[in-house]
Write a protein that binds this ligand. Structure first.
Ligand SMILES: [Zn+2]
Length: 275
């Protein structure tokens, strides 16, 4: 028998659920209010999104009336069109970013996961339509859900989703449990400050990362410390004080992660020095 593609819905707090998928070890959030539900992220393909829709239906009779995209990476928004015509919330930068990178993301995934190519060909790139600059409150059947953008980190448009009455905050991919954070489109120099703003702005004790297991604030503080150390070392490379090899040897993440982060950090420092 095939292994299940997913663990059951995890009841993380009052009417707040996470479903953790084997694919990319991704967590999808579901928030129930009075008479309505909201989902956080839509998975990678139409089939994934339809599977998610069925799993929501198995858990609750409440209609989903809104979607949030934490950011515009394929695994977080390629399922969007399956939820049409629902309102889809996102940070303003997600629209441009999906327009700029959507086809490149599709092609990259097709090349790396050929078994998924047919499904990926059917993805309709559908950006968020209800845009947030810094903050917004969404009422899910009257239950307040807070959306916030704290600055550049994993992308330039990471949107945080907090459920204050349940003590839960969904961090998207600015926090990663189980793997090192993904720096390929990230901003390693700015990222620690963004996590600082996240910690200051969200007292919620339960933190749901975009990938891996549910964590707590202490985990966020530890990962922030690691990224801060990495950013400091990248600055030293930029200043010629240490080499990229020195950095790879001492950094708190695996070498491919560190090299990707350094490449991004050098771009970031160069852009900052021009500004
Ligand atoms: Zn991501």
């Amino acid at each position: 028998m095939a292994e299940p593609s997913t663990a059951p819905w995890q009841d993380v707090a009052d009417r707040v659920y996470v479903r953790r998928y084997r694919f990319f070890d991704q967590g999808i959030g579901l928030i129930l209010g009075d008479g309505a539900a909201l989902i956080i992220d839509t998975r990678t393909t139409p089939a994934h999104a339809r599977e998610l829709r069925g799993e929501i239906r198995a858990l609750t009779d409440l209609p989903v009336d809104a979607v949030v995209n934490t950011h515009a990476h394929s695994d977080h928004c390629f399922g969007n069109a399956t939820f049409d015509p629902l309102r889809i919330w996102g940070q303003r930068g997600a629209v441009r970013w999906l327009a700029d990178t959507g086809e490149r993301q599709r092609a990259g995934l097709m090349a790396s996961i050929p078994d998924l190519a047919e499904e990926l060909a059917q993805v309709v790139l559908r950006p968020p339509d209800t845009l947030v600059d810094e903050r917004a409150t969404v009422l899910v059947g009257g239950r307040p859900v807070e959306l916030a953008f704290h600055g550049r980190a994993h992308t330039d448009h990471d949107l945080i989703v907090a459920v204050p009455d349940a003590g839960v905050v969904f961090a998207g991919d600015i926090i990663d449990e189980g793997n090192a954070p993904y720096f390929g489109d990230g901003f390693p120099i700015a990222w620690p400050d963004t996590l600082g703003a996240f910690l200051a702005g969200h007292p919620e004790p339960i933190v749901v990362p975009g990938h891996g297991a549910v964590v707590d604030r202490a985990f966020v503080e530890r990962q922030r410390g690691q990224i801060l150390a990495l950013a400091a070392a990248c600055r030293q490379v930029a200043a010629g004080a240490i080499t990229a090899d020195d950095l790879a040897a001492c950094a708190p993440f695996p070498e491919p992660t560190v090299r990707a982060a350094l490449e991004r950090a050098l771009l970031e420092l160069a852009a900052d020095s021009r500004a």
